[in-house]
Design a binder for this molecule. Structure first.
Ligand SMILES: Nc1ncnc2c1ncn2[C@@H]1O[C@H](COP(=O)(O)OP(=O)(O)OP(=O)(O)O)[C@@H](O)[C@H]1O
Ligand SMILES: [Mg+2]
Length: 345
């Protein structure tokens, strides 16, 4: 038999899930390789085989059609509903905001850290959080902060895959995600939560939207105390009132105040690693940045830092810190405002 014949047999038996024949043909190939002086290949193949046998002794290979096989298929389907599964290193230090926002989020985190204490008093633990406000003001970031502070895995729901035009499918998908999150003790993050209300557009069936809202209400009501659901939206008025009421905490994010722009500057300038080229720069930038989101402001600062680094490099400077060209940053801010049509004030 040639090497190709072995490969054909391996493909065949592998796809048919015929373990016995697969092992036999692999062993034959190992022998064949040894005989044809492909010793390295033979050894590698042998070690793959040994590893797999060792693993199988712990977890037998699944037969197509067995209950285990269906469970795996089910898991794969759930995986498609998940955009990302992540752990986070973010902490409250990464988030700029009012004291009110920070203390509300801090209490939320603390409830989970002190769950035992609260349960001793028979008190429920807040676990459904709604983050709302304009784009680029820290809603997604806040969810990462919570995941990081609690050191919990977070599942980011893939809304595009969850929302289905098939009747009843959206509800089923949601239930699957909630089940998985409860089983794996993760945080569920649903971004653009309002778009769950847009199911109506897909099916032209108002009943379907009602069904989705009802499903979410039920899922909320039966959410285990240790599970956490975070939803974010910049269109809070699109969300059904009954749903809004179910959130334990609703946090409003807003565009940064001058004080917050200053905090954001400090955070982004890494407390002195980067400095401005003139003393009044911070006040100038704060005034210029009015009306922009945290995201836009940070983006312009980072761009200005990068261009200033290029400038230093061009001049072969040996400075210990990067000096940011304030005029350049002011220009970038103006461009950003123009691009976003932010009114000058
Ligand atoms: N409050 C904030 N503090 C510090 N950085 C922020 C803040 N808000 C936004 N940023 C910066 O902007 C980035 C984008 O923000 P984020 O994704 O959290 O916005 P969002 O509110 O979720 O916006 P969208 O509604 O568009 O999803 C963050 O990763 C962070 O770098
Ligand atoms: Mg976001």
């Amino acid at each position: 038999m040639s090497q190709f014949d072995y490969i054909k047999d391996i493909a065949k038996y592998g796809l048919e899930n015929d373990q016995e024949k697969l092992l036999a043909v692999l062993n034959e190939l190992i022998e064949h390789s040894k005989n044809t002086k492909k010793l390295n290949f033979a050894i590698q193949l042998q070690s793959i085989l040994k590893d797999s046998i060792r693993q199988q002794q712990e977890k037998p290979m699944l037969k197509v059609g067995s209950p285990g096989h269906f469970q795996r298929l089910d898991e794969r389907e759930v995986d498609e509903l998940i955009l990302e599964k992540l752990t986070s290193d973010y902490s409250f230090e990464n988030l700029v905001g009012t004291d009110k926002i920070k203390s509300e989020l801090d209490y939320f985190v603390r409830e989970h850290m002190s769950a035992d204490l609260l349960q001793k008093y028979g008190l429920p633990i807040a676990n459904k959080l709604l983050l709302h406000g304009p784009s680029g003001c820290g809603k997604t970031l806040a969810s990462y902060v919570i995941a990081g502070e609690l050191k919990k895995m977070m599942i980011v729901v893939n809304l595009g895959a969850i929302v289905s035009s098939k009747l009843g499918e959206t509800s089923k998908n949601l239930a699957k995600i909630f089940r998985k999150a409860a089983a794996e003790d993760c945080i569920i993050f649903i971004d653009e939560f309002d778009s769950l209300g847009k199911v109506r557009d897909y099916s032209q069936d108002h009943g379907e939207m009602k069904r989705v809202v009802n499903t979410i209400l039920q899922l909320f009501d039966y959410l285990p105390q240790s599970s956490i659901l975070i939803a974010a939206t910049n269109q809070v008025d699109m969300i059904d009132n009954a749903l809004l009421r179910r959130f334990d905490l609703s946090v409003t994010f807003s565009l940064p105040s001058p004080e917050e722009v200053k905090d954001l500057l400090n955070l982004t300038l890494k407390d002195g690693q980067y400095k401005f080229d003139r003393p009044k720069a911070v006040a100038e930038i704060i005034a210029a940045a009015k009306g922009l989101s945290y995201y836009s402001i940070q983006k312009t600062i980072v761009t200005a830092i990068k261009r200033s680094i290029f400038e230093l490099d061009r001049k072969k400077s040996r400075a210990l810190y990067v000096t940011i060209n304030t005029d350049l940053l002011a220009d970038l801010i103006e461009q950003e405002k123009k691009a976003l049509s932010v009114m000058a004030s």
